[in-house]
Design a protein around this ligand. Structure first.
Ligand SMILES: [Zn+2]
Length: 142
């Protein structure tokens, strides 16, 4: 079993320094309309796993602009006769020309994300996921 040491960085600089010291890279692991999560992972020779994370809270004006471009996409698929659901918020690019284009972009990104995160767990893949809800985050009611 791998032990995990977890550390919350005080700033992005703090995380970058930590990663440089251990010779590892910082990645964006998650983002929402108002936050971006940076993370770096390292391992000691004895197998202890180290993780350092930093949650960057976006400036409010930027966060509100991102929120306007965020769609919530819900998918379902069938696993052993039961329905499995996955809901993901997706921030669409500025390139989307219309509401319909933005929605289809959100569905493509969301299905790829669900496949990446969940395929080993429940077999979700872009091929078997069907969207049951696509809505702007501003209209979303869970
Ligand atoms: Zn699933």
């Amino acid at each position: 079993m791998t032990l995990m040491e977890y550390r919350e960085a005080n700033s992005k600089d703090d995380l970058d320094r930590w990663a440089r010291t251990l010779g590892v890279r910082v990645h964006i692991v998650d983002e929402t309309w108002d936050c971006v999560y940076f993370q770096a992972d390292a391992e000691y020779p004895d197998g202890t796993h180290l993780r350092c994370r930093y949650r960057y809270v976006l400036p409010q004006r930027l966060a509100l602009r991102r929120r306007e471009r965020t769609f919530v996409v819900g998918f379902s698929h069938t696993v052993d006769g039961a329905t499995c659901c996955h809901v993901r918020p997706i921030i669409v690019g500025l390139s989307a020309e219309s509401e319909a284009a933005a929605m289809s972009q959100a569905v493509i990104y969301a299905s790829a994300l669900v496949e990446l995160q969940r395929r080993p767990v429940c077999g979700a893949s872009a091929a078997n996921l069907s969207p049951y809800v696509i809505t702007r985050a501003t209209n979303w009611k869970p």
